[in-house]
Design a protein around this ligand. Structure first.
Ligand code: GLN
Length: 544
């Protein structure tokens, strides 16, 4: 039978509960256990697909096409497993399934209530994963903060599970904040004490406390948390801010967190192998040369909105021994003058996006990259703007556009496919999840991947309009990846440009720390070459 670890959060949100949970996942996997992870989100939206990035950050897409919380991206990157729609659950989904059952009359005249109906549904979802696959440990993160009204049914369900499954099979990990008060020079444990008190009111006594803080907390603070919260001092884990999220598992391991968890759950004490992770962390630490990458979007500075893209850039840079200097470029404010901001960068990335705002700016950026021979990686809308730009400037279709941005365009080079035209519901109706892409032999894309067919994840409604493909190709835009039936354009590139590759899919979702995505890796390599070429050109001008 699988063991269950529940990760809750206290005091405030944004403590890095997802990273803490993922780090536990990685440590247990490195001890040879079969691990999976899931997230329970207490909001009423059925999924985050309809939410604004300001509210929710990136929407992470699983290979089976679920639009999920960005924490699933952390889980996949840390435990290196592909997760599915069964790994993210929301209050919206849980109520939806209970209400559907009620409408079918499946409750046989009974009153449907939060306890036991909603809590049973939650428990069933928690344990469902281990009935479908052989697992040793299931880690479930409960979104939100203890004390939130909407989180109550989830806490009640996990409380009941310890009773159902037995204390040796269930472990509660609570991630809290230990603030540092600079004026008194002290770490304060009171918020943690209150948060644990709040957990206890719903009947949960944590087994392990992960104390997040600005810097290392002294032993005395851990002793105090131990005393007031009834957790051994060894089970109060010191989790200070670190330079990189990838150091967190190593910090936990130094404090024997994995040993503690296996002992508490009665799991065998398999040896741990963290060598690959340590190597990666070393490489991350010892980078010197810098590559400047422009990220062109309308949520500038909002890291969560581009989480997987930023991580994929990091993985690629670490693999190349380079550091990224990220230059945020606000696409909705771009005019010819502010394009100068791009003069100093070595590579330009246009990530996915929805809606008209900032589109003309992105189109200008694509033209700039093409004109100046600057490495360009376009993702999803980043492909669409590259195609629009090419159609306008090279094919002579001056008003070319996507019907998403101008429904009346005379040249809809990007358009809805017929099957999307009668879809009026917003949630879950895009082309979502993993689809095959056939690569053109001899193309740059094919040489990056070194394969003939790849599977990549999608999240978009619009496609390159098949009616314009011939014209685009005849004018020199190379279509280097297509759907197996040849109808959908998946990748375009410019053969005469050092690196101009754009994909209709989102390669960022497949990048892993120890396995950088080939398109990102080549993009970073080419951006670095661009710096080197520029330096050589510069020194030869000085000589003359
Ligand atoms: N808005 C575009 C579409 O729906 C692109 C989406 C994206 O970049 N993910 O097709």
């Amino acid at each position: 039978m699988a063991k269950y670890i529940f990760v809750t959060g206290g005091v405030v949100s944004s403590l890095g509960k997802g990273i803490a949970a993922s780090s536990i996942g990685l440590l247990l996997k490195s001890r040879g256990f079969r691990v999976t992870m899931q997230k329970f989100d207490p909001y009423i939206n059925v999924d985050p697909g309809t939410m604004n990035p300001y509210q929710h950050g990136e929407v992470f897409v699983t290979q089976d096409g679920a639009e999920t919380d960005l924490d699933l991206g952390h889980y996949e990157r840390f435990i290196d497993e592909n997760l599915t729609k069964d790994n993210n659950h929301t209050t919206g989904q849980i109520y939806e399934s209970i209400i559907n059952k009620e409408r079918k009359g499946l409750f046989l005249g009974g009153t449907v209530q939060v306890v036991p109906h909603i809590t049973n549904e939650i428990k069933q979802r928690i344990t469902r994963l281990s009935s479908k696959q052989s697992l040793d440990v299931v880690i479930s993160e409960i979104g939100g903060t203890v004390g939130d009204i909407e989180g109550q049914p989830f806490l009640e369900a996990i409380r009941q599970l310890r009773l159902d499954l037995g204390p040796k099979n269930v472990l509660y990990v609570h991630v809290t904040l230990v603030p540092f008060i600079p004026t008194s020079g002290e770490f304060k444990t009171k918020p943690t004490q209150h948060s644990v008190k709040e957990l206890r009111t719903v009947g949960i006594q944590p087994d392990i406390i992960i104390a997040r803080s600005l810097k290392r907390i002294p032993r005395s603070a851990r002793d105090k948390i131990s005393l007031f919260c009834s957790v051994e001092t060894e089970a109060v884990i010191d989790a200070p801010d670190v330079k990189s999220i990838y150091m967190v598992p190593l910090n936990f391991h130094e404090q024997d967190l994995d040993k503690l968890i296996t002992a508490k759950l009665g799991l065998p004490s398999n040896p741990i192998d963290l060598s690959a992770w340590r190597d990666f962390s070393q490489r991350e630490e010892h980078r010197t040369e810098i590559v400047r990458i422009a990220l062109v979007g309308k949520y500038t500075g909002l890291k969560d909105a581009y989480k997987s893209v930023l991580e994929a850039l990091e993985h690629a840079a670490i693999a190349e021994g380079l550091k990224i200097d990220l230059v945020w470029v606000e696409s909705s404010e771009l005019n010819e003058d502010s394009l100068n901001k791009l003069y100093d960068v070595d590579g330009i990335l246009v990530p996915g996006g929805f809606g008209t705002r900032g589109i003309e700016g992105k189109i200008k950026v694509a033209r700039y990259a093409r004109d100046k021979g600057k490495p360009y990686l376009g993702l999803c809308v980043g492909l669409q703007v590259a195609v629009i730009e090419y159609a306008r400037d090279v094919c002579g279709l001056s008003d070319a556009n996507s019907t998403e941005f101008n429904a009346e365009t005379p040249h809809p080079v990007i358009d809805l496919m017929p099957e999307q035209k009668n879809v009026y519901r917003k949630g879950g109706t895009m082309r979502l999840g993993s689809y095959p892409c056939v690569l053109k032999p001899g193309s740059k894309a094919q040489s990056c991947y070194g394969k003939e067919v790849v599977f990549e994840r999608h999240r978009h409604r619009y496609e390159v309009n098949p009616a314009y493909v011939e014209k685009l190709q005849a004018s020199g835009l190379e279509v280097s990846g297509v759907s197996p039936d040849g109808l959908l354009v998946e990748i375009v590139e410019l053969s005469k440009h050092p690196f101009f590759v754009a994909t209709q899919f989102h390669p960022e979702f497949l990048s892993r720390p120890l396995n950088a995505h080939p398109l990102f890796a080549t993009f970073i390599k080419e951006a670095h070459e661009y710096v080197l070429r520029a330096q050589i050109a510069d020194s030869s001008t000085h000589k003359t």
